[in-house]
Write a protein of this length. Structure first.
Ligand SMILES: Nc1ncnc2c1ncn2[C@@H]1O[C@H](COP(=O)(O)OP(=O)(O)OP(=O)(O)O)[C@@H](O)[C@H]1O
Ligand SMILES: [Mg+2]
Lengths: 360, 256
C-alpha cells in the first residue's frame, strides 16, 4: 500500500522533470531547426521573439501585477538602446564593454521609470495611460531631435556601427562554428538572449511570490484595503514602474548590440502598443501567458508576411493589397476576436480569469 | 504610560454642506471595548475614516499614545497601531484567506527587491514565519480550515472574521471594527462576541461600531452615541441606556 503510494507521488515529478528536459533540449536546438527550415531570417525573428518576451515580462510587472496602464513602455527600451549605442560605437568613439553598459542601462531605465512614476502615479487608470503615452512620445522626439545644437543622438539617421556584445572576449557578431560548419551571428545572439530571457523569467517568478508581489496584487484588487493593511501604495507602485522599466533598459541594450544600429523609428507608439498587446493577449499577470503572447505576436506577422504575397499572386495573378496593410487588418481582427471570446487572454491565470468574470 | 490610548477632540468633517461630524470628542482607554453606536447616517463610519486617515478631518485633534495622527496617511496610521475592518467588506477577493492575512504582514517583513529575487535564508525564514503566523491568526478567529479557500467564496460570516484576522496581522494596539456582526446569524454572533472578548483579553483595545444593541451593551466597557454627526451621550452601557437623549434619538429615528 505504502509502496504504491510513494511510487505514485514520485511518478509526477519524474514526468515534470522529463518535460523540463525536453523543453531545454528544444530551446537548445531551436535555432538550428528553424534555420534549417526557414533560413537565417527566421533565426533573427526567433531572436526578436526572445527580446520581446523580456519586454513583455517587464511591462507585465507594471500592467499585470500592479494593474497600472503604461502606454509609453517602449521609452525605456529606447533609453537602454541609446545608452548602449552612445557608449559602444564610433559615434563618440567610446567602446565600453556590454557587461558594464547593460547594468547601467537597467539603472538608467529604472531612474527614468521612477521619474515618470513619481509625479503621475496619483492619477487614475486612463489619465495615467495618457501621461505615459506622452512620455513615450517625448523620449522618441528627443532622440529624433537631439542632433542639434550638440549632436547627441544623430537625429533621425540614428547611430550605426554599434559594437557587438562579446562574451569572454569573443564577439558574438562572428557567429558560431560547429562541426566545421559556420553559423551567422543570429545563432550566437540566440543563446545570449535565451539566457537573459530565462533570468528575467526567474526574477519575475521570484518577485511574484514575494512580499512585493503580494502587495502588487493587493493594490490591483483593492487599493484602499491595501493601504489599510499598512502598504505604502505609492512606493510599491513606483517600485513596479521602476523594475519594469529596468527590464526594458536591459532588453534595449541587447537590441542595440544585436542590431548594430538604432534609430528613433524603432521606438514608436506602435511598439508600445504591440508590447502591451502581448501582455493583454497572452494573459495579464500570468508569466506563461505573457510569454505565449510575445511569441505569437512576433511570429504571426512574419508568417503572414511570407504567406500573403505568394497567396495573392496565385489567386489574382498580382499583388492587390499591400501585405503590410493587410497584416494590420488581420492583426486588429485577431485582437478583437480574442478580446471577445477570451477577455482574460489566451492563457490567463486562474485569479485573473475570475476577476474578469466577476466584473462582467 | 498613561492609560489613554486614543484621544479625539472636537473632530469635524463636512461633506459639501453636510456636517457629517461636528465637534466629536472621545477618549478610549487602553484594554477596553469601546462602543460607537447611533442611527443610520449618524457619522460613525465617517469617524472611523477620519481616525484611520482615509478622510482628513476639517478640524480637531487626534492622538494615539499622545502622538498626533492628523495629516498622517492611512498606511502610516496602521504602522502607528490602528487597524480596521470595513463595513462593506473589502477583502482581496481572489486571494486565498491565508494570502489575505499575509498581505497584512507587509510592514513586519523586510524583504526588498533583492531579498525577493535571491531569497537568502533570512527571507526564507521570514516567509515561512509569515505563512505560519497567518495560519495561526486564521485559527485564532476560527476559520483555520478555510485557509486555502479564495476569500470571496467564503460565507459572509467567515469573510467578516477573515477581515478581523487580516487587521490583527498588522499587530494593532487599537482594532476598529465597523459593524462586524452585520449579516451574521445568532450563533455566529455569539461566537463573534466571544472572539471580541478574547481579543480584548489578549491585550488589544477594540473600537466597535455595531447596530446590534444587545451585543454592544453586553460587551462594551464604555460607549459613545452619535446622532447627526454629534456626540449625544457617553459613558458605561448602564448610563447610556438611561440617557433621555439616546432614548429619544433611537425612538425618534425608528418612529420616522
Ligand atoms: N464620502 C462622502 N461624501 C459625501 N457624503 C458622505 C461621505 N461619506 C459619508 N457621507 C455622509 O455622511 C453622513 C454620515 O455617514 P456615515 O457613513 O458616517 O454614517 P454611519 O453612521 O456609518 O451610518 P450607517 O450606520 O448607515 O453605516 C451620511 O449622511 C453620509 O451620506
Ligand atoms: Mg457606517
Amino acid at each position: 500500500m505504502s509502496k504504491t503510494l510513494s511510487a505514485k507521488s514520485h511518478s509526477l515529478p519524474a514526468k515534470v522533470w522529463a518535460g523540463y528536459a525536453l523543453l531545454a533540449l528544444a530551446l537548445l536546438v531551436a535555432p538550428f531547426i528553424v534555420g534549417q527550415v526557414g533560413g537565417n531570417a527566421w533565426v533573427r525573428i526567433l531572436d526578436f521573439a526572445l527580446l520581446y518576451i523580456m519586454l513583455a515580462l517587464g511591462l507585465n510587472i507594471v500592467v499585470g501585477f500592479a494593474g497600472l496602464l503604461d502606454l509609453g513602455y517602449i521609452a525605456f527600451y529606447a533609453v537602454g538602446a541609446y545608452l548602449y549605442a552612445l557608449l559602444a560605437s564610433a559615434h563618440f568613439d567610446y567602446h565600453v564593454s556590454a557587461w558594464i553598459i547593460l547594468p547601467i542601462g537597467a539603472l538608467l531605465a529604472c531612474f527614468f521609470g521612477a521619474m515618470l512614476g513619481a509625479p503621475t502615479l496619483k492619477l487614475r487608470g486612463d489619465y495615467l495611460a495618457v501621461v505615459t503615452l506622452g512620455f513615450g512620445e517625448i523620449v522618441r522626439l528627443f532622440m529624433n531631435n537631439l542632433d542639434r545644437p550638440f549632436n547627441l543622438t544623430n537625429g533621425p539617421q540614428g547611430i550605426s556601427g554599434i559594437d557587438p556584445v562579446s562574451v569572454a572576449g569573443y564577439g558574438l557578431n562572428k557567429g558560431i562554428t560547429l562541426f566545421g560548419q559556420h553559423f551567422p551571428s543570429s545563432y550566437a545572439y540566440y543563446y545570449l538572449f535565451l539566457v537573459c530571457m530565462l533570468l528575467v523569467v526567474f526574477v519575475c517568478i521570484r518577485l511574484e511570490n514575494s512580499r512585493l508581489g503580494r502587495a502588487w496584487v493587493a493594490i490591483r484588487e483593492d487599493e484602499i484595503a491595501a493601504q489599510a493593511m499598512g502598504i505604502n501604495t505609492r512606493n510599491v507602485k513606483l517600485l513596479a514602474f521602476a523594475l519594469g522599466a529596468s527590464f526594458g533598459g536591459v532588453a534595449g541594450g541587447l537590441f542595440s548590440g544585436f542590431q548594430g544600429f538604432v534609430s528613433p523609428e524603432s521606438f514608436t507608439l506602435m511598439e508600445s502598443v504591440m508590447v502591451l498587446c502581448m501582455v493583454v493577449l497572452g494573459g495579464m499577470g500570468h508569466i506563461p501567458g505573457v510569454i505565449l503572447g510575445a511569441i505569437l505576436l512576433t511570429i504571426t506577422p512574419e508568417v503572414l508576411r511570407e504567406v500573403i504575397n505568394p497567396l495573392q499572386r496565385s489567386l489574382f495573378g498580382r499583388s492587390v493589397v499591400d501585405p503590410e496593410n493587410l497584416r494590420m487588418v488581420l492583426f486588429g481582427l485577431a485582437l478583437v476576436l480574442v478580446m471577445l471570446f477570451r477577455p482574460a487572454g489566451l492563457w490567463p491565470s486562474q485569479r485573473r480569469r475570475e476577476e474578469l468574470e466577476d466584473d462582467a | 504610560m498613561s492609560d489613554v490610548l486614543l484621544r479625539a477632540e472636537k473632530i469635524g468633517k463636512v461633506f459639501g454642506g453636510l456636517k457629517a461630524l461636528h465637534d466629536v470628542s472621545l477618549t478610549i482607554p487602553r484594554n477596553c471595548i469601546y462602543g460607537l453606536i447611533g442611527p443610520n447616517g449618524a457619522g460613525k463610519t465617517t469617524l472611523f475614516n477620519v481616525i484611520t486617515g482615509l478622510y482628513k478631518a476639517d478640524g480637531g485633534t487626534l492622538e494615539l499614545n499622545g502622538k498626533s495622527l492628523i495629516g498622517c496617511k492611512p498606511h502610516t496610521i496602521v504602522r502607528c497601531g490602528v487597524a480596521r475592518t470595513f463595513q462593506n467588506i473589502r477583502l482581496f477577493g481572489h486571494m486565498t484567506a491565508q494570502e489575505n492575512v499575509m498581505v497584512a504582514r507587509h510592514t513586519h517583513l523586510k524583504a526588498g527587491v533583492f531579498g525577493a529575487i535571491f531569497r537568502p535564508p533570512a527571507v526564507r525564514r521570514e516567509e515561512a514565519a509569515c505563512r505560519a503566523e497567518a495560519l495561526r491568526l486564521l485559527q485564532y478567529v476560527g476559520i483555520g480550515s478555510q485557509a486555502n479557500r479564495v476569500a470571496r467564496e467564503l460565507s459572509y460570516g467567515d469573510q467578516r472574521r477573515l477581515e478581523i484576522a487580516r487587521a490583527l496581522a498588522t499587530e494593532p494596539q487599537l482594532l476598529a471594527l465597523d459593524e462586524p456582526a452585520a449579516g451574521m446569524n445568532p450563533t455566529e454572533r455569539e461566537t463573534l462576541k466571544n472572539l471580541l472578548l478574547q481579543i480584548r483579553n489578549d491585550g488589544t483595545t477594540l473600537l466597535l461600531i455595531e447596530h446590534d444593541v444587545k451585543l454592544v451593551l453586553g460587551i462594551c466597557d464604555q460607549l459613545s452615541v452619535l446622532n447627526f454627526g454629534q456626540c449625544i451621550a457617553q459613558g458605561t452601557p448602564e448610563q447610556v441606556r438611561r440617557d433621555p437623549a439616546v432614548i429619544s434619538a433611537y425612538l425618534g429615528s425608528s418612529a420616522a
